[in-house]
Design a protein around this ligand. Structure first.
Ligand code: MTE
Ligand code: MO
Length: 304
C-alpha cells in the first residue's frame, strides 16, 4: 500500500490497521477521542462516503476471527484457522450469460479500471449478530456495466470457488456447493452494492472472502458471497445455496427485516459484536432511506 503524507490524504485513503490501532491507543491515553473520526483519521483529512456509517467500528481482530465461511467449517473460528489453504493468486473471474462482452478475466484485469474507496457498513447476520466493517472496494454497478448486460439480464448470479482441497469444508455436504447467491438487477446496480477487496486498509484475508467478495449491507450477511469466481447475468431468478438447503427459512430477497421472524428465532434484536446489551434491528439494516423504494408494492412477508 502507498504511504502518503497526511496532507495528501483523500476520502479514498484509509489507515493501515496497525497505524489505526496505534492511533487509537495513543488517543485512549490522551482521552482525545473527540478529535478523531470513527476510522481514527483526523477529521480534517476525512471526507467520508455519504454511504458510510460513523458508528463505532468492530475491531479488526473480531472481523477476522469470528466468521461464517462454511467452505472452511461451520465453527466461527474455522475460517481463520483453516483459510490459509485457499490460494488467491492466480485468481480469475468468469463473467457470462446475458451480456454483450462476456469473458474470463484474471483478477488484475478485473480490478484495473476501478479505484477503491472506503465504505463503512453495518453487517447483520441472519443468526442475530452484527458488526461495523470498514471495507475497501468499488461499486458493483461499475463492474457489471463493463460487460454490457442485455435487456434479458434480470438478475445477477454469483458463485464461489469449488475446490475441496483448498476449501476442505466442501468435502462435507453441509451446503450444496458451490455457494451461490443472487440479486435482482436493480439491487445489483444500486450504489450501496459493493465489491470488497479489503478491510481496514489491508487486502481481504481469506476468511473474509479474498480476493473478491460481495457486500450488500441491507440484506442478511449470507447474501454477501465470498471468494467469487463467476458472475452471470440471467433472465430468471437464480436459486441460492441457503434457499436450496432450507427454502422456508432463507428467501431470495433476505432483506434485513425485524418484522419477519426466522422460523426458529426472532429477528427483532441483534447483538453487535463487542456489546453486551442487544440492540433493535432496523428495517433494511438501517438503509431503508436508500433502498426501500426498490421494493415498493412488494409484500415483504411473502418475498422474505
Ligand atoms: N462462499 C461463502 N460466502 C459467505 C458465507 C459462506 O459460508 N460461504 N457465509 C455468509 C454469511 S452467513 C455471513 S454472515 C458473511 C460473513 O462475512 P464475514 O465473515 O466477512 O463477516 O459471509 C457470507 N458469505
Ligand atoms: Mo450470516
Amino acid at each position: 500500500m502507498l504511504i502518503k503524507r497526511s496532507d495528501d490524504l483523500t476520502d479514498n485513503d484509509v489507515t493501515d490497521y496497525a497505524l489505526y490501532q496505534r492511533r487509537r491507543d495513543f488517543l485512549k491515553t490522551l482521552g482525545g477521542i473527540a478529535l478523531l473520526g470513527a476510522s481514527g483519521l483526523p477529521l480534517m483529512a476525512q471526507a467520508k462516503s455519504a454511504f458510510s456509517t460513523d458508528e463505532e467500528q468492530t475491531p479488526f481482530e473480531d472481523i477476522t476471527t469470528y466468521n461464517n465461511f462454511y467452505e472452511f467449517g461451520t465453527d466461527k473460528g474455522d475460517p481463520a484457522r483453516y483459510a490459509s489453504s485457499l490460494k488467491t493468486t492466480p485468481w480469475s473471474v468468469t463473467v457470462d450469460g446475458e451480456c454483450e462482452k462476456p469473458g474470463k478475466l484474471n483478477l488484475e484485469d478485473l480490478l484495473k479500471p476501478h479505484s477503491t474507496e472506503e465504505r463503512i457498513y453495518r453487517l447483520r447476520c441472519v443468526e442475530g449478530w452484527s458488526m461495523v466493517i470498514p471495507w475497501q472496494g468499488f461499486p458493483l454497478a461499475d463492474l457489471l456495466k463493463r460487460f454490457n448486460p442485455t435487456a434479458n439480464a434480470k438478475y445477477v448470479r454469483f458463485e464461489t470457488l469449488v475446490d475441496p482441497d483448498q476449501l476442505p469444508g466442501q468435502k462435507r455436504s453441509v451446503l450444496d456447493w458451490p455457494y451461490t447467491e443472487g440479486l435482482r438487477m436493480d439491487e445489483a446496480m444500486h450504489p450501496l452494492s459493493f465489491m470488497a477487496t479489503g478491510l481496514y486498509g489491508k487486502d481481504l484475508l481469506n476468511q473474509n472472502g479474498a480476493p473478491l467478495r460481495l457486500v450488500v449491507p441491507w440484506k442478511y450477511g449470507f447474501k454477501s458471497i465470498k471468494s467469487i469466481v463467476r458472475i452471470s447475468f440471467v433472465a430468471e431468478q437464480p436459486d441460492t445455496s441457503w434457499g436450496r438447503s432450507a427454502p422456508e427459512e432463507y428467501g431470495f430477497y433476505s432483506n434485513v427485516n425485524p418484522d419477519v421472524d426466522h422460523p426458529r428465532w426472532s429477528q427483532r434484536k441483534e447483538r453487535r459484536i463487542g456489546e453486551f446489551r442487544k440492540r433493535e434491528t432496523l428495517p433494511f439494516n438501517g438503509y431503508a432511506e436508500q433502498v426501500a423504494s426498490l421494493y415498493s408494492g412488494m409484500d415483504l412477508r411473502k418475498n422474505f
